[in-house]
Design a protein around this ligand. Structure first.
Ligand code: GLP
Length: 265
């Protein structure tokens, strides 16, 4: 738990930087939404300061809307350009988003995307946000915990949250292509960021609730290597907060003394 959304982004960026130091050609899983914007700004800052290069990095985004063209400012491709890719030295050929080209069968996109991830050697670090209803990517409550990249119908709550970003009368996507829960679980390491009071209930359910498809993020309890970074407001409903803070500090102290452990390094 950190005091502010700014600190969450700083710590998150430091963690990404540590991974890239060990593995400059890492495969990163990327998220969209409001939460990771500050993290991307921090990474851009590190790139500009000459601390990091994305020249050998490949990326796989979690999800994309169906029926929105890549050059539409509402697409996640446009978001990634605006918030991150356009400001760093990443090779666009190494950036992947599960978009469905016009006229193609969206059901074929998922298996192809999975194949690309496999071909790249799997995801080293998956960055995640969390929806107010506990979704990760667009894996809405009731999604199979064993799902793979596929077309998903957005939940009413997600459509409602997204509608804040649209002008009245604008086409509102109700379908998306998202990495599945099993796809996310296969990442070697996961970094989930949550900030703000609206996320408090979902964070508590994810960390302290039962593992259930009704809170897709709760499956992360079964992942081998997850870091959850939250600010005060998002941590507010956690019962066992003092213990998590202690664990975090102890781990930091160990990392400082011995260097950060990184699986497969
Ligand atoms: C969207 C995205 C998720 C994201 C979530 C939370 O639905 N598909 O990947 O984590 O929203 O977004 P925000 O960070 O804006 O709260």
């Amino acid at each position: 738990m950190l005091d502010s959304a700014g600190k969450v982004a700083e710590r998150g960026a430091e963690l990404v930087a540590r991974v890239l130091r060990v593995r400059p050609n890492a495969v990163l899983g990327l998220a969209t939404g409001k939460t990771p914007i500050k993290l991307y700004r921090q990474l851009i800052g590190k790139y500009r300061a000459g601390e990091l290069s994305f020249g050998r990095v490949s990326t796989f985004n979690l999800d994309e809307y169906l029926g929105i063209e890549p050059d539409d400012p509402r697409s996640y491709r446009a978001y990634m350009e605006r918030e991150f890719f356009g400001h760093v030295d990443i090779d666009r050929a190494n950036t992947h988003i599960p978009a469905c080209p016009p006229g193609e069968n969206p059901k074929q996109v998922g298996p192809r995307y999975e194949e690309r991830i496999r071909h790249a050697g799997g995801i080293d670090l998956q960055i995640l946000g969390i929806g107010q209803n506990g979704h990760i990517g667009f894996n809405e409550p009731s999604s199979s915990l064993n799902s793979r990249t596929r077309v998903k119908t957005l939940a009413g709550k997600t459509v409602e949250d997204n509608s804040e970003l649209l002008s009245p009368g604008e086409f509102q996507p109700r379908l998306a292509i998202t990495m599945g829960i099993a796809t996310i679980m296969q990442a070697r390491r996961v970094l989930l960021l949550a900030t703000g009071a609206k996320k408090a209930a979902a964070v508590a359910q994810m960390v302290e609730g039962p593992v259930t498809a009704m809170c897709p993020a709760s499956i992360l309890q079964m992942h081998e290597y997850v870091t959850v970074l939250v600010d005060e407001a998002a941590a507010a409903a956690l019962k066992n907060r003092a213990y998590y803070d202690l664990t975090f500090r102890e781990n930091e102290a160990l990392d400082e003394r011995f260097g950060a452990y990184y699986a497969d390094s």
